[in-house]
Design a protein around this ligand. Structure first.
Ligand code: DP6
Length: 342
């Protein structure tokens, strides 16, 4: 039996669009902060037949949809394909019972798939004889691109192997040609993420379908170029130098750029709503008025992540809790996925 625990991450440079959809090989690199909450735990045991079960934090069983089970099964077969490449074709038992316990309310704009697939990857990697963090992040990526980053704590980059950058090259679509690594650990720079969730409605188009159509946006090639040539490195430099102003500039630039790509792809995706625009405008005013080190960023949903330094924390919490009809989550930097029982 093996049990792992993981948490979501929030992207500063966003992963949007693939160079290879089936393997979730990203078109561009990305950067994120691993959060310390909410947690997902996965337990795997030998079992006479395959079984998946999922429970919410109050202990009630969440009935998995067909498509969720299909995704977990598909991830398992890709994991086996990858392990076969590492000369471990039989590392995962023929049948397993997999139990997922998640404290993340579904579809709230806090990437639950990142936490789930990184926790699954930790278990598979343990079953395959404690694979390296690099291999574990590849396994996580095969289930959800952003999950590759939650394997590590602190500040994390998901990168394409330099040789795989040539998009037309066959070798560029190798299963292991993108993986995450740590930029700095969770003690490097104490930042906080105050998360404002304006709606609990489940989104209509998930990230997976969205990624597949990113290339239809006329803005997409320029986005990939900007990240590859400049933004990824600017973000890493800002993190290493703990330069909040630079981090704010590059993070917000990349966030709006991703949402512009989403809006201009076919079919068009508009994940933000009036509340998102109101909150981000009010944050711009607040930080100018009070000189607060706070930045905002939004993933594939209207949820606003307010990332701040400690000196801004009280003011940002007050701002967040004053929002009507919104749910608020408070989180700081986490240590990444771990095996808690083996
Ligand atoms: C906007 O990792 O959720 O949050 O691989 O289909 O699970 P799948 O996509 P996912 O995409 C993340 C999109 C994003 C940006 C990011 O987290 O980098």
């Amino acid at each position: 039996m093996v049990t792992s625990r993981s948490t979501p991450n929030i992207a500063l440079i966003k992963y949007w669009g693939n160079r290879h959809d089936a393997y979730r090989l990203p078109a561009a690199d990305s950067v994120s902060i691993t959060l310390d909450t909410p947690c997902v735990e996965v337990t795997m045991k030998h079992s006479p037949s395959f079984m998946f079960q999922s429970f919410l934090s109050d202990g009630t069983e969440k009935v998995l949809k067909e498509k969720d089970i299909a995704r977990i099964e598909h991830h398992l077969s890709l994991t086996k394909e990858f392990l076969a490449e590492r000369n471990l074709p039989d590392a995962i038992p023929e049948s397993l019972s997999v139990v997922i316990r998640s404290a993340i309310p579904p579809a709230i704009g806090i990437a639950s798939s990142a936490a789930v697939f990184s926790a699954l990857a930790k278990c598979y990697a343990a079953l395959a004889g404690n694979r390296s963090d690099k291999d574990t992040s590849i396994i996580a990526r095969l289930g959800s691109g952003s999950a590759a980053r939650s394997i590590f704590g602190g500040f994390v980059a998901l990168v394409n192997d330099p040789e795989s950058r040539n998009l037309k090259d066959e070798a560029s679509s190798q299963i292991s040609s993108a993986y995450a690594s740590q930029i700095a650990d969770e003690h490097h720079w104490p930042l906080f993420d105050i998360i404002i969730v304006p709606t609990m409605e489940e989104k209509k188009v998930g990230s997976t379908e969205g990624h597949h159509m990113a290339h239809t946006s006329p803005l997409f090639p320029r986005r990939v170029e900007a990240i590859t040539q400049r933004r990824q490195q600017q973000c890493i430099d800002a993190i290493l130098a703990k330069d909040f102003e630079k981090l704010q500039a590059v993070t917000e630039e990349d966030c709006w750029d991703m949402h512009n790509v989403m809006r201009t792809q076919t079919p068009s995706l508009q994940y933000l709503n009036d509340e998102t625009y109101r909150i981000t405008e009010e944050i711009e005013d607040l930080r100018e008025r009070e000189h607060l080190p706070v930045l905002y960023t939004m993933d594939a949903g209207p949820t606003v992540h307010l990332i701040c330094e400690e000196e801004a924390l009280d003011a940002i919490k007050r701002f967040a809790h004053a929002q009507k009809n919104c749910r608020i989550f408070e989180s700081s930097i986490g240590k990444g996925a771990e095996v808690i029982e083996n």
